[in-house]
Design a binder for this molecule. Sequence first.
Ligand SMILES: Cc1cc2nc3c(=O)[nH]c(=O)nc-3n(C[C@H](O)[C@H](O)[C@H](O)COP(=O)(O)OP(=O)(O)OC[C@H]3O[C@@H](n4cnc5c(N)ncnc54)[C@H](O)[C@@H]3O)c2cc1C
Length: 374
Amino acid sequence: MIGGGIAGLTSAWALARAGFEVSVLDTHALPNPHGSSADDGRIIRHVYGTMEGYAALMPAAHLAWARLFAATGHDRLLPVRALYVLREEGPWQATAQRALDAAGLRLALLDDSAIAALPMLNRDGVLRVAEVEGSGILQARAILDDLLALLRRSGVQLREGVEVAGIDPAKGIVTLCGGETIGADALVIAAGTGVTSLLPGLARDWGLRASVQTLAYLDPPPHLAAAWQAGPMLLNRLSGHPTGGVYVLPPRQGARLKIGDYDTTAEADMGADHATLRADRVAALLDAGARAIADFGAYRIAAVRHCHYTMAHEDRFVVRRVGERGWVVSACSGHGFKLAPLIALGLAAAIEGQVEGAALAHWAAGREGERVHG
Ligand SMILES: Cc1cc2nc3c(=O)[nH]c(=O)nc-3n(C[C@H](O)[C@H](O)[C@H](O)COP(=O)(O)OP(=O)(O)OC[C@H]3O[C@@H](n4cnc5c(N)ncnc54)[C@H](O)[C@@H]3O)c2cc1C
C-alpha cells in the first residue's frame, strides 16, 4: 500500500480483514498532517450535487462506515443539520430531492421564522434554505488515529518516513528512495496527490491533477458561541465569486468553526512550503465567509491554511487496475473521504478476484446508479 491517508488506511483495513498480509508505506509520519485527509472534520451527506450515481452509493457508504466503526470501537460520525443556502435558481433542488427520495430521506424548506432563528446566517440575497436529512460530520483526524490503532492491532505493517521513488505495477515491485526494493502480490497506489508523480502519464490520461484549497478556522463572538455549538453546516454556492462559494462547518466536540472554498481551478504547487499562504485566495475566502455569515467582522480568524487534493475528471473516483499487480485508488475530488471505506471494500473484493477490474472502475466512478434523463 503506497499512502497512509484515508484511502490507503481504509484499503489496508479492508484487505487485512480479507486475510491479506498488508504493509503501508508513507513518506510522512502517520497521520500525515499535510495529507488531504488530515483535518478536524469532513462532510458526509446523501446529496451529491447533480451526481446521482454517487448519491445512490451513499446508503452503502453509511453501512461501510458502520462496519469500520464497529471494528475500531468508535463511532465518529456526528449527525449535524446540513442547510443549503440557495441564492440563485438552478437544478440543485430537483436533483437533491430525487436523491433523498431514493434514500427515504427528507428535504425540507425552512420557513421565515426558522431562517430568522439562525443568528449566524447572512440572509442577504437568500432565496430559500433547504435542510437535507441524513447529513453529518466525520471526525477525520480521530478516524485516522482509530484506523492506525486498529491496523497495528491487526498486524498491518506501517512504515512511516519512507518515500516510494518508483513502481513496477506489472511485477508488483516498489523501489524506495535509497534503493530498497519490495515485492508484493498486489500493489495499491493510494498516494493522494502523489499519484501525479508516481504515474504521471496515466494520471494525465485519467484527468487527475492536484488542486489547492483554502480553509480558515474561526472563533465566533462570545454571544454566538452556544448557538454555533448546536449550529448547522451552511453550504453556500456563490456563482461568479472567485471561490465558487463557501461551506461552513460548525464547531463540535473540540473541532473549530471552519470555512472552506469551493474553487478547484488552482493548480497546487507541490514543491511549495505548506506554510506559505496565497494572499489572494485567503482574501477571497474571507470575502465569501462574510457573504455567508452575518456580522463576520466580529469573528476572530484563528488560523488559515491551504490543503491539496486530487481533482478527477467530473469529480469521479479513479479506481483502476494497472498492469498485472497494480491498483490505483484516487479519491474523487472533494468527496473522497465519505466514500473511502466503501471503495476500500470494493477494492478488496476485486483484489480477492470476486469482481472484475473493469466492473470495479465503473462502480467506483458512480456510474451504476446514474439516472439517464430523457
Ligand atoms: C479542504 C478539504 C476539504 C474536503 N472536504 C471533504 C468533505 O467534506 N467530504 C469528503 O468526503 N471529502 C472531502 N475532501 C476530500 C477528501 O478529504 C480527500 O479526497 C481524501 O482525504 C483523500 O485521501 P487520500 O488517502 O487519497 O490522500 P491523502 O490523505 O493525501 O494521503 C496520501 C498519502 O500518500 C502519501 N504519499 C504520496 N506519495 C507518496 C510516495 N511517493 N511514497 C510514499 N507515500 C506517498 C502521502 O504522504 C499521504 O500521506 C476534502 C479535502 C480537502 C483538502
